[in-house]
Structure formats: structure tokens, C-alpha cells
Design a protein around this ligand. Sequence first.
Ligand SMILES: Nc1ncnc2c1ncn2[C@@H]1O[C@H](COP(=O)(O)OP(=O)(O)OP(=O)(O)O)[C@@H](O)[C@H]1O
Ligand SMILES: [Mg+2]
Length: 454
Amino acid sequence: MKRNPARLLIVDDEFSMRDSLAAWFQEDGHDVVAAESAEQALRTLDDHRFDVALLDIKMPGIDGVELLERVRVIDPAIRVIMITAYATVETAVRCLKHGAFDYITKPVDPDELTRLVARALEDKQHSEGVTPAPPPSPEPERRVERERGVADAIIGESPAILHTLELIRQVAATDATVLIRGESGTGKELIARAVHRESPRRYFSLISVNCGALPESLLESELFGHEKGAFTGALYRRKGKLELADGGTIFLDEVATLTPKSQVDLLRVLETHELNRLGGHETIKVDFRVVCATNEDLEALVADKRFREDLYYRLNVFTIEAPPLRNRVSDIPLLAEHFLRRAAPTVGRNLTGFSPEALERLCAHTWPGNVRELANAVERAAIVAAGPRVELHDLPPLNGGGHPAAQGSLEDVERQHIQRVLDEHDGNITRSARALEVDRATLYNKIKKYELRR
Ligand SMILES: Nc1ncnc2c1ncn2[C@@H]1O[C@H](COP(=O)(O)OP(=O)(O)OP(=O)(O)O)[C@@H](O)[C@H]1O
Ligand SMILES: [Mg+2]
């Protein structure tokens, strides 16, 4: 039950995002309309009024920035929140100058977005002279639980994953800092969520920060927050993620990518549990538990003086290794079935399973992209499968067998390989370039040349 229902417009070209946000806010009692393009949103605005609009920046056709301008002309009172990926954060900051209320970075934390929407609504009602309802009490993480319960399950029965689960259970009960290590796609984020979910802090928020996703100055404002006027474009006071994690857990993802300055600043708050917002003088005490993750060799970075030794010791208190998928082949059938069931709503039907040959091929592949690569492969297979079950020829080209589709021209092979790596890294150029061992510019040019999806 929501004391303060809003009329919400959600515009995102990505179905899963649009759908999950719409469901999330509807469940909170808001009146939600979701549009898949700016064009559709503009048509909706002809005969609907909204309090708050959530606009994805990157959309084909009219993008979020242009839509912001048009929405503000149609209804200057709408509070607009921009949804932005790494590549467009600078754009999002510019949007603040063009009347956006605030922005949120992907991956979107629904709890954070809930707070942002509540604030936008209060701001609107305040300026309209309506007494705002009292702000909602801190949203307990258990709501996220309910939403993500199934999606967050850690699937597997192999000795390696059972050991991981045991470590999660042991450390969750304590307040110790946890460092999760493992290759890309092994489930580090899932493990971080499990640690929080099983800890006494579960009724407070789990706040995630991707340390590699933002340039230094934006990351600092994201972590520490800022006061109104701290820099150009800072039109409002904004709490940082460390402050939002008060009582709960802060998840620092890709912690090895922190710049030297951010490492110093982070070390200080980890030691004192006190912070200052950018441009602020007030010292704020915060109580959070730290979970962090990396797929890099931190010891090598320390030896190279690229990662501070003192921060390394502070973070490396209790380590959980996320085992690579090739070391737990016995989990592959379980995971594959799980992802097949998960794909059912997307493909609009249930598939009964895999042919023995298909399953054998899945088990023979070495999965350099680990569980994420498997999930993507199964989802694509589910889409192309014509019969009641997934056959060998429905699978994308995988090593561990002479799949005919793997024998294309050199360019075909390159194109497919780059696309797979991009998919495995959610389109993130920095991480994909690292995995491919090329520089970012080279990868960028290949993406353009082959017109790859990001
Ligand atoms: N044991 C598991 N059971 C079910 N799903 C899993 C498991 N491990 C990983 N996944 C799924 O695989 C995908 C990748 O997992 P996750 O994002 O946690 O990996 P990661 O280690 O954080 O990767 P990266 O280093 O690239 O950030 C997610 O969709 C996640 O839900
Ligand atoms: Mg991750």
C-alpha cells in the first residue's frame, strides 16, 4: 500500500527493463504506463498526464535527451528521471541542466529508484502547494527479495558450489568485509546478494556501486553524494550510495578499477565510517557492511603499485571464490534447465528440455564466459528452437565439437566471437576489450565495422 501514489511514465526500448520497472511500481500502487519508444510516449502524453517520467537515454529514433525536451514543453511540471548506462553518464549530467530532476545509473537498483521517485513526487507536490504525504519509511530489502527471489537463486549441486554456499552462510552471520573473486560471469554479484540476504542487515538496503563504470569525479559523487551547488549541474543535494547503504550493505563491484584517489578516499571511509558529501562540511556517520568483487589479480596489482596495499588488506578479510563453470560441469544440466525455464516468457512457450546431443555439447564446452555465457546460449537456443525441445543445431557455435556454423570465413568468426564477448559483458566496451586483449578503440571500430549489438 502506497500512501503517495503517482502517475508514472516509463520509457525504455528494452523490454525486460520496462517490464520489470512497470511491475515494480505497479505493485507499489502507482499508476504506470510503459512505452517502448519516445514516439509512443509522446502519443500517450496526448491524453494522459503524469507526475514522474523515467526516460532511458539511449533509444533508437528519438532518444531520451530529445524526449526530455519535448516532455518539458508539453508539461513543464513533470519530474523527469533519466536512466543511464555508463556510456551516457556525462549526457545524463547535462540533462540536469535541461530540467531533468535527477538521473540513475544502470544497473538500476529498484530501491534507489523508489526513493528517487518518492523525492520527485514530493518535490512536485511541494511546488504545487500540496502537502506531501510523509516520506515512506526506509523500504526494507525484503521487497527486493520477493521480486528477485527466484532470479537470485544460486543454482548448483557440485561440490564446488556447495562449498561456496557454505562460505556464504558462515560469513553472512558476521559483519566481516567480504571479497568475492572469480572470472567474469561466475556469479559474483549473485553471491554478494546472497551474503546480504542471509545477513542480519537484510531488512536494510543492499546498494551496489560498479567502480569501473564511472569516471573518477562522478564515482566520488555517486559514493559520497554532493550538496546543492557542489559542481555545475548539482541542482539538488544528493545522498551518496554509502549513505544510502546505512544499516545495510554496500557492494563495491569491480573494486580493482578504482583510481588511486578513489582508493584513498574509500580507505578513509572504511576506516572511520564517516564521510562528507562533496561540497559539504557536515561529517556524516554511516553504518554499512562491505562486500566487494573483482575478476582481477589483486596481488599482482598491489605488487605493481596499482592497488594500495592498505586497502587490499582492509578488503581481503574473508574471501569467497566463485568457481569457474568448467570446474563444475555437473551443474551445467541444472543451470541449462533453469535458464530454459527462465526464457519461457520471452519465447512465449515452454520447452521441455534438451536433446541428449545438445546437452552433451553444452557439457563439453569450456564456457570462458561462465554462467553468463551459458545463460545467453540457452536463451538464444530457446528462441530459435522450432520443436518441443532444444536440439544440437539450435545451439550457437560452441567449442568442444565440430559445429558447422563455426566454420565461417575469418571475418564471420571474428564477428561472432566479438559479439559473444560483448554479450557476456553486457555491451561494456572496457571489459570486452580487456577480455579480447585489444584496446578500446580497436574494439569500437570493429563494433562499427560489423554493426554489432551492444
Ligand atoms: N549459480 C548460479 N545459478 C543461477 N544463475 C547464475 C549462477 N551464477 C551466475 N548466474 C547468472 O549468470 C549471470 C552472471 O552472473 P553475475 O552477474 O553474478 O556474474 P559476475 O561474476 O558478477 O560477472 P562479471 O565479473 O562479468 O560482473 C547472471 O544472470 C546470474 O544470474
Ligand atoms: Mg558482476
